[in-house]
Design a protein around this ligand. Structure first.
Ligand SMILES: C[S@@+](CC[C@H](N)C(=O)[O-])C[C@H]1O[C@@H](n2cnc3c(N)ncnc32)[C@H](O)[C@@H]1O
Length: 313
């Protein structure tokens, strides 16, 4: 099992790591970004992951770069405290690669996949309520709201009703049990996407408070960036990308154009402390899309703290 890093070339381009820098990889995963950053310059990487299994896998990379990789178990929403405990209060760049890794998705025992049977868990860290806890206890209306808000599932009410009817017979404990309940009431679309996709996304986001983490993580990262420091974020669905886009535009002091006489669309405010490095989200190139199907929905956005550093290496 491996995790193929997504948009690695573009991530490295925006991070442009240099010797002596302190860089945070807030979503270590399989360590694909971290290893490439450590290879690119004599910098130090602080790597976080909320999944203890990811941190344990990192030992091999740490051994390859003695003294330059510090692995910390925890959430990027808590990065200020996690780094502060290690004497770090400023960073030269931060990268976040949102969502789950292939290690997590492909391990049926973690309960993220509707293709393989496993316990209905979906927790990135082994703490807090599982997806099964939510599915078996939430009131029908709240279940429907969750599927709608976090999965953009238009048939949320119909699915919630089917779940509540099924759990009245017996608790729903496995991924395939839930997927079958959803497939019975949601017609397969022409797109070929499994009818359970949106509901599984919704439950995963809620179980892990992923959107709350993104809001806390972006604010914390912006606060830690030294002048010239970069924040690079790769997201995988529209709810994530919307938060990242709004945060970055706001940080860069850009507000929607007030009138049709300003077709440029976004106006920088004078007091902005950050500049956008990507005006629109960047997408993976054709070769990557062909080689790695999981890259297909990736979007990259990047920001730098002003004043920008000089361009020379
Ligand atoms: C898409 S993978 C990252 C892959 C990595 N860039 C690589 O190249 O191997 C996302 C990882 O972030 C972790 N993660 C997700 N949300 C997190 C959070 N709020 N704090 C810390 N880690 C998180 C997941 O556990 C997962 O291991």
């Amino acid at each position: 099992m491996t995790h193929e890093p997504v948009m690695l070339r573009e991530v490295l381009h925006h991070l442009a790591p240099r010797g002596g820098e302190q860089i945070l990889d807030g979503t270590f995963g399989g360590g694909g970004y971290t290893a490439a950053i450590l290879e690119a310059a004599q910098c130090t990487v602080w790597a976080l992951d909320r999944d203890p299994e990811a941190i344990a896998r990192g030992a091999a990379i740490a051994a390859r770069y003695p003294g330059r990789l510090h692995l910390l178990h925890g959430r990027f929403g808590d990065m200020v405290a996690l780094l502060g405990a290690n004497g770090i209060d400023a960073l030269d760049s931060v990268v976040l690669d949102l969502g789950v890794s292939s290690f997590q998705l492909d391990d049926a025992a973690r309960g993220f996949s509707f293709r393989a049977d496993g316990p209905l868990d979906m927790r990135m860290a082994a703490a807090g309520p599982t997806a099964a806890d939510l599915v078996n206890t939430l009131p029908e209306a709240e279940l429907a709201d969750t599927l709608y808000q976090f999965g953009e599932e238009r048939l949320s009410r119909r699915i919630a009703k089917a779940i509540v009817a099924a759990r009245a017979q017996a608790p729903i404990t496995t991924t395939l049990q839930l997927a079958e309940i959803i497939r019975r009431v949601v017609p397969a679309g022409r797109s070929g996407i499994d009818p359970a996709t949106r509901s599984f996304q919704a439950l995963r986001i809620r179980v892990n408070d992923e959107l709350g983490e993104i809001e806390r993580g972006l604010a914390a990262a912006a606060g830690l960036l030294a002048p010239g420091g970069r924040l690079v974020v790769v997201s995988f669905h529209s709810l994530e990308d919307r938060l990242v886009k709004r945060f970055m535009q706001d940080a860069a002091g850009r507000t929607p154009a007030p009138s049709r006489h300003d077709p440029g669309g976004l106006q920088p405010r004078a007091e902005a402390r950050f500049a956008l490095l990507t005006r629109n989200a960047e997408r993976p190139g054709d070769a990557e899309l062909r080689a790695n199907p999981r890259a297909r929905s990736a979007r990259l956005r990047a920001l730098a703290r002003l004043p920008l550093r000089d361009v020379a290496p």
